[in-house]
Design a protein around this ligand. Structure first.
Ligand code: R5P
Length: 294
């Protein structure tokens, strides 16, 4: 307790300056509770954007090219990511607790690549997300998939738990092979996920009318990466997604499967946070990686 003896009386109340009410910088989040906002602000930086590194692929496909050794492949990239998206198993076993990245925990699972992928359930409780100090939890939603309703229920159950604990939910559009990847499908899927309570939606970029998908979604959309593309194509996709209303990217293979993943995540960061053009970002990758062109 402060020593009361010799205490100096309070007097500077700034009477000429009313207390500020800051608008919150994350889309659709202005009316959320403090803890929820505080967690969102861990990965949406002051520009409202985020660079998330996804390496949760093992939860359904086991060892993945570029993720054979997360300690060697991913941990060195952490300083260049705003958030890390992974399973609790990898976080507890490999990710150093001293890192200051926001953690987005994969919270759904069940089937492996050998089975029907939409047959997921929640694979962790919110109490464990609290113990891990997650900034958010993520769940797949299979709109149009065989287990669509079950995956929606996973989402809403997680949203309820997240609201009780102040943990945002990232709803991920999981697209079955039979779905047409167009603005109609992604507009439908992202809007349903947001309407049912997710505070963030992750979805794929599409070449046509992506800006209608982002405009129709009342919460931030984060662009999913997808399969590895040539460097310039991947950076162009990230640039266009941001330009057309996305609030960030969550990329995996397009970063960790590069010849120089560190150079790539730095180039992606320069696009997302610095507005660097795709061509300049590709040059940046080339220079940082001592000439890699992949
Ligand atoms: C999605 O289901 C996975 O959990 C990954 O997080 C996601 O696909 C992002 O990884 P990539 O950029 O490699 O597609």
């Amino acid at each position: 307790m402060a020593d009361l003896e010799g205490n100096i009386g309070a007097k500077d109340y700034g009477l000429d300056r009313p207390q500020k009410s800051e608008a919150f910088h994350v889309k659709g989040a202005n009316q959320l509770d403090f803890g929820m906002k505080h967690r969102l602000a861990r990965f949406f930086k002051s520009d409202g954007r985020t660079v998330m590194l996804a390496f949760d692929h093992g939860y359904f496909q086991g060892p993945t090219r570029g993720l054979e050794r997360v300690d060697l492949n991913i941990v060195p990239l952490a300083p260049y990511a705003d958030a890390l998206m992974a399973t609790r198993g990898i976080i507890r076993s490999v990710v150093p607790a001293g890192l200051d990245n926001a953690l987005v925990l994969r919270a759904s699972g069940g089937p492996s690549i050998l089975k029907e992928l939409s047959n997921e359930h929640l694979a962790m409780g919110i109490a464990d997300a609290v113990r891990i100090d997650a900034a958010a939890v993520a769940v797949q939603v299979f709109i149009g998939g065989e287990y669509e309703t079950q995956s929606i229920q996973n989402l809403t159950t997680l949203v309820d738990a997240g609201l009780q604990t102040g943990i945002p939910v990232v709803g991920v559009t999981a697209v079955g092979k039979e779905m047409t990847r167009d603005s109609r499908y992604f507009g439908l899927a992202t809007r349903i996920i947001a309407e049912l309570g997710a505070q963030v939606v992750k979805t794929y970029y599409i070449e046509e009318r992506f800006e209608e998908v982002t405009a129709g979604c009342p919460v931030p959309i984060i662009m999913a990466g997808g399969k590895k593309l040539p460097v310039l194509d991947a950076l162009t996709m990230a640039f266009r997604a941001i330009d057309q209303g996305a609030s960030g990217v969550d990329m995996g293979r397009n970063i960790f499967q590069r010849q120089d993943p560190t150079a790539m995540i730095r180039a992606v960061g320069a696009v997302v946070h610095g507005g660097l053009s795709p061509a300049d970002a590709a040059t940046m990758y080339h220079d940082l990686s001592a000439g890699s062109e992949d």
